[in-house]
Design a protein around this ligand. Structure first.
Ligand SMILES: *Cc1c(COP(=O)(O)O)cnc(C)c1O
Length: 356
């Protein structure tokens, strides 16, 4: 028995013939860098996400980096962001010599607290990076007054909130996962898209004539071909994730457990993760693990307390809501092919732990 944390095997078995054909097509074309496979995927991705432009890049981390480069972020700039996210959200800021300004999150959504963002915006603020964490859209009332890079690595399919651009990751565990690294920058601004394209290939236009210093942020043709196959099934996979989330809600409502806080419902939520707050979190994880139920921790340590950011001067207690979240959250298994019995097993084991 037991319940895995995710199950990519099922998806890849269902799509295997199409994926094999797509890979063979790239091999036969002999075009492995950008080329028609990447262009075709970009067109399909822009249409599927209701954007005007999609630029495929090498990873979600590089998508953030190149988006900030396109905004001209550099030394002496500040970029406001959340401490409760994957590292690269803040890493991209620091890699450009700019200063990450961490502000606290909202208790219910786990996303940046918009009021805290407003009070952190100052003369040096060059951009804000809200993260649509776990697949739930952040509230971004300040978009329009300051450039906003939406970190949508976990929220493909949920839409956008009017930022300058959104960045995606195709890391295998994301809702649209490749078979390796990949990412994209989405935007409705043609000039911004053009700038990202320029920066993606060393700022060269034409080849060997460099207008600006960019990098190698290109998406592989093979990944693009695989991703285009999987993109056609994303909407169905998202509906299955949302149905699984509803089933968890029903099961937990029936179990009626004190101290378990479910993710705040939101119609656009695409549930890359189903993250709950629980009492005695670490003991609960061990209890579930003994029963073969896999869980994960997003995230055990907030970014403002990481060693690499020690010189920014944050202390334990600086951002208490994010720090508490790091102690209280656990991600339960959720994936498109999860079965009702598996979810019953998860909730049954949580119930046994908290009642026993
Ligand atoms: C996964 C992720 C990234 C980074 O994506 P990679 O493709 O792994 O570089 C950035 N931000 C968030 C919130 C993520 O979840």
């Amino acid at each position: 028995m037991g319940v895995p944390f995710a199950d990519l095997d099922v998806t890849h078995r269902e799509l295997r013939a199409d994926i094999d054909r797509a890979i063979a097509g790239v091999i036969d074309s002999g075009k492995f860098i950008l080329g028609p496979a990447v262009a075709s995927f970009e067109t399909a991705l822009a249409a599927a996400t209701d954007q005007s432009h999609a630029v495929g890049v090498s990873s979600g981390s590089d998508a953030l980096l190149v988006a900030l480069m396109a905004l001209g972020v550099g030394a002496s700039d500040e970029v406001v962001t959340t401490p409760f996210t994957f590292f690269s959200t803040a890493g991209a800021i620091a890699r450009l010599g700019a200063r990450p300004v961490f502000v606290d999150i909202d208790y219910n959504s786990f996303n940046l607290d918009p009021a805290a963002v407003e009070s952190a915006i100052g003369d040096k603020t060059r951009a804000v990076i809200p993260v649509h964490l776990f697949g739930r859209l952040a509230s971004v009332p300040y978009a329009g007054r300051v450039p906003v890079v939406e970190d949508a690595a976990q929220s493909i399919g949920a839409g956008d909130v009017g930022g300058t651009c959104s960045t995606l990751s195709f890391f295998p565990s994301k809702n649209l996962g490749g078979m390796g690294d990949g990412g994209a920058v989405l935007t409705r601004d043609a000039d911004f898209a053009d700038r990202v394209r320029l920066l993606r290939a060393h700022g060269a236009r034409p080849k060997y004539i460099h207008k600006v210093v960019g990098g190698n942020f290109r998406l592989d043709a093979l990944q693009a071909a695989i991703l285009e196959v999987k993109l056609a099934h994303l909407a169905t996979a998202t509906k299955r994730r949302q149905a699984a989330a509803s089933r968890y809600r029903e099961l937990f409502a029936t179990a009626d457990l004190d101290g378990v806080v479910l993710p705040e419902p939101s119609p656009e939520h695409v549930y890359n993760q189903f993250v709950v707050r629980v009492p005695r979190r670490d003991e609960l994880r061990a209890f579930l693990q003994d029963r073969g139920i896999a869980t994960a921790l997003y995230y055990p340590e907030p970014l403002h307390l990481q060693e690499c950011f020690a010189d920014l001067g944050y202390r334990p207690g600086s951002l208490p809501v994010a720090e508490a979240a790091c102690r209280e959250v656990v991600a339960l298994p959720i994936f498109p092919s999860i079965r009702a019995e598996q979810q019953e097993q998860v909730v049954g084991a949580v119930t046994e732990f908290l009642r026993g």
